[in-house]
Ligand binder design. Structure first.
Ligand SMILES: NC(=O)c1ccc[n+]([C@@H]2O[C@H](COP(=O)([O-])OP(=O)(O)OC[C@H]3O[C@@H](n4cnc5c(N)ncnc54)[C@H](O)[C@@H]3O)[C@@H](O)[C@H]2O)c1
Length: 261
């Protein structure tokens, strides 16, 4: 991808799954990366794995991270401040942190609804707003990529809270693109389908053996689930200069799932 070398990239939720794969891809492209994550031990372990990436020549300058709960206003602000301090500014935000669990609509407890929306929507807003303020103050422009899902475009049973959060991320994304375009800040979203990550492994562990394979066979035209690096490639594209006239849209990365009846 063009233009990623030397870019200063904050990856929220960069300590696992898709976010870790994105951090890895940005490092491979020669970018400098700061990751966030909920759990300090998970962040430290991811940083150790990412330090092995070929492009990382000076670990201290190229790669750092911290634990912070993005649903908390002060923590989200600290995450962005720490990233800007470590990288000497920010050019790209992969706004990736999120969570999910299955819960039938009729059974969702209001405090479960509140927690999921607090992480997936409030957290996304807080990190995006703090980062956008940094970008505007720098006067450099930049790229923000918000993590939605195909669940933001169609309703999957037992995920009403998750689906609502991801649909709202698309509304957040279009409005940010409209308001921030004048500053040279592009804002887009990603809508992955079923990607093999620790989050999905956790969900599938409560379901039948072979759930993922059966799901792929029935629902995904490419007949397989996706890999984190296949979403990381879309993050890299939207962050790069190859996407310089793309803003306010979403890229679906789902093996064709949404196109099938
Ligand atoms: N795996 C999929 O099939 C899939 C599909 C579509 C969208 N997504 C989205 O992609 C993103 C990453 O998912 P994943 O599957 O890689 O999950 P994962 O559980 O492997 O990683 C989630 C990351 O988010 C972080 N996180 C979770 N809650 C947080 C909080 N309160 N504060 C800060 N960080 C927090 C975790 O620490 C971790 O780094 C999520 O937003 C998810 O909704 C995943």
């Amino acid at each position: 991808m063009r233009g990623l070398r030397g870019r200063r990239v904050l990856v929220s939720g960069g300590s696992s799954g898709i976010g870790e794969a994105a951090a890895r891809r940005f490092l491979e492209e020669g970018a400098r990366v700061f990751i966030g994550g909920l759990d300090p031990g998970e962040v430290a372990a991811a940083l150790a794995r990412l330090a092995e990436v070929g492009g990382v020549t000076d670990t201290a300058a190229d790669l750092a991270g911290t634990a912070a709960d993005v649903s908390d206003e002060a923590e989200a602000g600290r995450l962005v401040r720490d990233a800007a301090a470590a990288l000497g500014g920010i050019d790209v935000l992969a706004n990736n942190a999120g969570t999910a669990w299955r819960e039938p609509f009729l059974d969702i407890a209001p405090h479960h609804w509140d927690r999921l929306l607090a992480v997936n929507l409030r957290g996304m807003f807080l990190v995006a707003q703090h980062t956008a303020r940094v970008l505007v103050a720098q006067g450099t422009g930049g790229s923000i990529v918000n993590m939605s899902s195909i669940n933001g475009l169609a309703g999957e049973a037992d995920y009403a809270h998750y689906n609502a959060s991801k649909a709202a991320v698309l509304g957040l994304t279009t409005t940010m693109a409209v308001e921030l375009g004048r500053y040279g800040i592009r804002v887009n979203a990603l809508c992955p389908g079923y990607i093999e990550t620790p989050l999905n492994a956790q969900i599938a562990s409560d379901l039948d053996d072979g759930f993922a394979a059966g799901y792929a066979e029935q629902k995904i035209p490419l007949r397989r689930t996706g890999r984190p690096d296949e979403v990381a490639a879309a993050y890299a594209f939207l962050a790069s200069d190859d996407a310089s006239f793309i803003t306010g849209t979403a890229i679906v990365v789902d093996g064709g799932q949404l196109t099938a009846m």
